[in-house]
Design a protein around this ligand. Structure first.
Ligand SMILES: Nc1nc2c(ncn2[C@@H]2O[C@H](COP(=O)(O)OP(=O)(O)OP(=O)(O)O)[C@@H](O)[C@H]2O)c(=O)[nH]1
Length: 397
């Protein structure tokens, strides 16, 4: 069996310190021949002399594709595939490091290494293995960026007019999908601020290894050849998902001294969509992150995904409730996922709201009361739900 080339991907918002870290790693890694791919729209500022002889720097252009469901997904798939393939064929390298642009989401990059691309006929899984997904967080700017309420377009950092992503969403995507999280620029905040930030990030990302750095000074072994990446595990590593799966007993008590906490709001009565949307538009400031599935009376067949990071809120249809599917399909799902049957309601099946709420000094009772006020009243419950006004502009087929 040929040895596969391990690949490290560096993600992190613009200016977080990715290039600084990369330069430091290249300077201090004596024994590996490292090739670097810079997926950057700005000028290369990697010190080329640091890249080992016999390897090199490749450069890819950011690509955006509009997916058929209308959402925009940042992908560098094609260019990246070709560049990595070229490096792999050339041989003579021990390691590949990819520096993503500050506005790219890590999942499409990781997927590049997990699938065979039929169209281009490239199979990176044969020559490379994704070794470590690193996310770099700017310890000094995190709260400013996260709470800015700005989109990439507002900051003129978007790839095009159709790129509607919020800065907070991007930060949360990067934090929730990594196996090493580097908190850089630790020199710019106090130890107490740092500890508090670390605890919040730990709640958002309970599994990754956390490393503090100043000017990217890191032991290269922490991010090269760690063999830590596993697509399924990292996809499941987000704090909200852990909370949803394992509930309250999973909580780390040490976070409570900083007032950081989380809880799951579960109800088997649907929301009135208009009242829920109003709540979402005025989300309590103590909530840092919330995500989960919503049951809306007006959209009774569809599980709705709710995802909030800072002031960025996204509410979108996800899939049919199992209860809305034909009986035959339901039976197949019960066989494949017996747990679905476990919490099956005789009348409403799997329909329910499950929302994980993570925050600082959360007024849990007050938030619960506010959400309960969005549920259908007894009188509304007896009405025709389809006649309720919908506040959402997405179209359902
Ligand atoms: N004070 C301080 N400044 C830092 C630190 N690390 C990096 N910087 C500075 O922060 C700025 C941005 O660093 P880069 O390494 O270019 O950040 P980047 O993530 O590669 O940026 P993009 O390529 O734009 O996404 C530079 O001026 C660095 O010198 C740090 O730990 N402390």
């Amino acid at each position: 069996m040929t040895n596969k080339i391990p690949v490290t991907v560096l993600s992190g918002y613009l200016g977080a310190g990715k290039t600084t870290i990369l330069n430091y790693v290249l300077q201090n890694e004596q024994n590996l021949r490292v090739a670097v791919i810079v997926n950057d729209m700005s000028e290369i500022n990697i010190d080329a002399s640091l890249v080992e002889k016999g390897s090199g720097i490749s450069r890819t252009e950011e690509k955006f594709v509009e997916l058929s469901n209308g959402c925009i997904c940042c992908t560098l798939r094609e260019d990246l595939l070709i560049e990595v393939q070229k490096l792999a064929e050339r041989g003579n390298i021990d390691y590949i490091v990819i520096e993503s642009t500050g506005i790219s989401e890590p999942i499409p990059v990781a997927q590049t290494f997990s699938y065979i691309d039929e169209e281009l006929g490239i199979d990176l899984t044969a020559s490379c293995t994704l070794d470590t997904m690193v996310t770099v967080v700017d310890a000094n700017r995190f709260w400013t960026d996260f709470q800015s309420g700005e989109s990439l377009l507002d900051r003129k950092e978007a790839v095009g007019e159709l790129d509607e992503r919020d800065v907070a969403d991007l930060l949360i995507d990067q934090i929730e999908f990594c196996d090493v999280l580097i908190l850089n620029k630790c020199d710019l905040i106090t130890e107490e601020q740092l500890e508090r930030l670390e605890k919040v990030l730990r709640t958002l990302q309970p599994e990754a290894k956390f490393i503090r750095t100043t000017y990217g000074k890191i032991n290269p072994q922490e991010i090269l050849n760690t063999r830590s990446f596993d697509f399924n595990r990292v996809s499941q590593s987000a704090g909200w998902l852990k909370e949803l799966e394992t509930g309250y007993e999973n909580h780390t008590p040490e976070t409570e001294e900083y007032g950081i906490s989380s809880f799951t709001y579960t109800r088997t009565i649907p929301f009135h969509p208009k009242r829920f949307k109003e709540w979402a538009e005025n989300i309590p400031i103590e909530i840092v992150r919330s995500k989960g599935f919503i049951w809306s009376a007006r959209h009774n067949d569809i599980a709705i995904l709710f995802s909030q990071a800072g002031s960025a809120v996204n509410i979108s249809p996800l899939s049919y409730w199992v209860a809305a599917l034909p009986k035959e399909q339901q039976q197949q799902i019960f066989i494949q996922y017996p747990e679905v049957r476990g919490s099956w309601d005789p009348e409403f099946g799997d329909r329910k709201t499950q929302l994980v709420i993570i925050g600082i000094d959360l007024p849990k009772d007050e938030i619960t009361k506010q959400l309960d006020a969005c549920l259908l009243t007894d009188e509304e419950f007896d009405k025709e739900w389809r006649t309720f006004e919908t506040p959402f502009d997405w179209k359902l087929r």
